[in-house]
Design a protein around this ligand. Structure first.
Ligand code: ADP
Ligand code: MG
Length: 497
């Protein structure tokens, strides 16, 4: 029997704010020393009171609105009660019944819409570091090796992360494959980056993925510890496979939380799923409800007007304005800085491209997406790092389009431009890379080659076509490859008459 997979995602992202969610301790994920960014509020000391960080609220509103969601007129914080050593207050301030955002969604390339159920705001927990002596097992990823001489395990808590603003987005169970889940999560991350709401680095835990998976609307499992998009894909594939096998063998599935083991490429049972009443949610008595429409700084109607162009809009516009195919548009919108670079280079190109610029735009795209991206990968450069200006890049494309340099030389010039950020025409001049395409110059060279190779000339006159190839090869050699091959052939054929 064909089984239908049902998948819903829960995605957490740490927000890029200056201070924490409810106090003025610094929100600095790069702080290496433990327990530096702490204060009585985020340490849960009695008698302290939380204050809402509006910058964090604004980030969540912008993300929600950009994704087509609605801001709730009445939103409020709740206490989610549970005990864990990384949670100093014994409860987490979160949102339960009245999240900041409801609705919205992301449309996949196939046209299928994945609905977002809600986006709410909460605070992050601290971090536990477990020291496990050599021989007793592996310390978890990221845990420092604190001393080599100890015989027993011990754990430490770092509260720098406790109280950092965290947003949680929950989708409807509209996803039906691992590929769709990965596409959704990648697009969601791109939206966060375009909005500068989060640094959203998965490896650093700034963005965390959880997948809920079931078959035929049966028992669902929730998979955690997923720290890359590739892992999200594999974890879902694995879970579908595992549940299919269990159902085939008439084994009962448990509603549980499972972890993803990236080394074994398997999910494993962690605990039975808790239900919401276990958390004894109740309204946070120390915080007022959030009425965002009544706050000028947070008014959603104003925030909506200030949203930047989002990746999906950029793709559609690039297709319309530049006549590029879907793959090219997706590549260009994959990174905000890349899209900006491309657009500036194109606007320079418009100054010389004439009436029908699409061919030249395509040429520019090709150099950007293959040669430039290749060089950047090799040098491990990001779009934010490159010094080459869009003007200079566009000028290089002009030289190629006008046959002033060969495509071979263009690659060298590009590599040099990445290093020196200098003008392509200077590089071409300094390195003697200009292509010889002047009629007179090529004539002189052709005559010289004809004089020096009487036998080949005779062969050519006798109708042997490869004699022409030979003579052309000699011309290229004479010019060290800098002759424009088409022009050279044209001139040579004329001289041979
Ligand atoms: P719970 O109360 O168990 O946390 P929710 O209904 O709140 O479940 O949904 C949590 C996540 O699970 C959401 O992302 C939702 O889309 C997803 N989900 C809900 N039902 C299913 C299902 N049958 N199969 C897979 N995912 C589901
Ligand atoms: Mg949840």
């Amino acid at each position: 029997m064909e089984r239908q997979a049902t998948i819903g995602l829960e995605i957490h992202a740490e927000l890029a704010t200056a201070s924490k969610m409810f106090c003025d301790s610094s929100n600095d994920p790069s702080e290496k020393h433990p327990n530096i960014n702490v204060c009585p509020v985020c340490m849960g000391h009695p008698g302290t009171l939380p204050v809402i960080n509006k910058e964090a609220v604004k980030h969540v509103l912008r993300v929600g609105l950009a994704l087509g969601g609605e801001a709730n007129r009445h939103s409020q914080f709740d206490r989610k009660n549970y005990f864990y050593p990384d949670l100093p207050k014994g409860y987490q301030i979160s949102q339960y019944e009245h999240p900041l955002i409801v609705g919205g969604g992301i449309t996949l390339a196939s046209g299928k819409r994945i609905r977002i159920r809600r986006i709410h705001l909460e605070e992050d927990t601290g971090r536990l570091l477990h020291e496990i002596p050599a021989g007793l097992g592996n310390s978890p990823r990221g845990a420092p090796s604190l001393s080599k001489s100890r015989k027993t395990s011990r754990s430490f808590v770092d509260f720098n992360r406790a109280g950092i603003p965290l947003m949680e987005m929950v989708t409807e169970p509209d996803i039906s494959s691992a590929g769709e889940a990965k596409e959704f999560a990648e697009e969601f991350r791109r939206a966060l980056l375009y909005l500068e709401a989060s640094r959203a680095n998965l490896e650093k835990g700034e963005m965390r993925l959880e997948a809920n998976v079931s078959l035929n609307m049966g028992t669902k499992t929730e998979v955690k510890n997923i720290n890359s998009f590739a892992a999200l894909f594999s974890a879902i594939e694995y879970e579908i496979e595992r549940q299919t096998e269990a159902l085939k063998n008439k084994k009962e599935l448990k509603q549980e939380t499972r972890g993803w083991d990236d080394v074994k490429q398997k999910t494993f049972s962690q605990r039975l799923k808790e239900s919401s009443h276990d958390y004894r949610y109740f309204p946070e008595p120390d915080l007022p409800p959030l009425k965002v429409y009544e706050d000028a700084e947070l008014n959603p109607d104003t925030l909506r007007l200030e949203l930047p162009e989002m990746p999906w809009d950029k793709r559609a516009r690039f297709a319309r304005e530049f006549g590029l195919d879907a793959k090219a548009c997706a590549m260009l919108a994959s990174d905000k800085k890349l899209g900006e670079f491309f657009e500036e280079a194109v606007s320079e190109l418009m100054e010389w491209a004439g009436e029908s610029p699409h061919g030249h735009i395509r040429l520019l795209y090709n150099y950007l997406s293959s040669d430039l991206v290749g060089l950047m990968k090799a040098k491990e450069l990001e779009w934010g790092d490159i010094l080459m200006t869009p003007e200079n890049f566009s000028e290089l494309i002009k030289m190629v389009a006008h046959s002033e340099i060969s495509s071979r030389a263009a690659k060298d010039v590009l590599a040099a431009m990445l290093e020196e950020s200098s003008d392509p025409s200077d590089i071409v001049r300094d390195r003697g890379l200009a292509q010889v395409s002047g009629e007179e110059e090529l004539q002189k060279i052709a005559q010289k080659i004809i004089e020096a190779n009487p036998a080949a000339v005779a062969d050519y006159k006798a109708g042997k076509q490869n004699a022409l190839q030979f003579l052309l090869g000699q011309m290229m050699r004479e010019t060290k490859g800098s002759a424009n091959p088409e022009k050279a052939k044209e001139v040579l054929t004329k001289e041979l008459e």
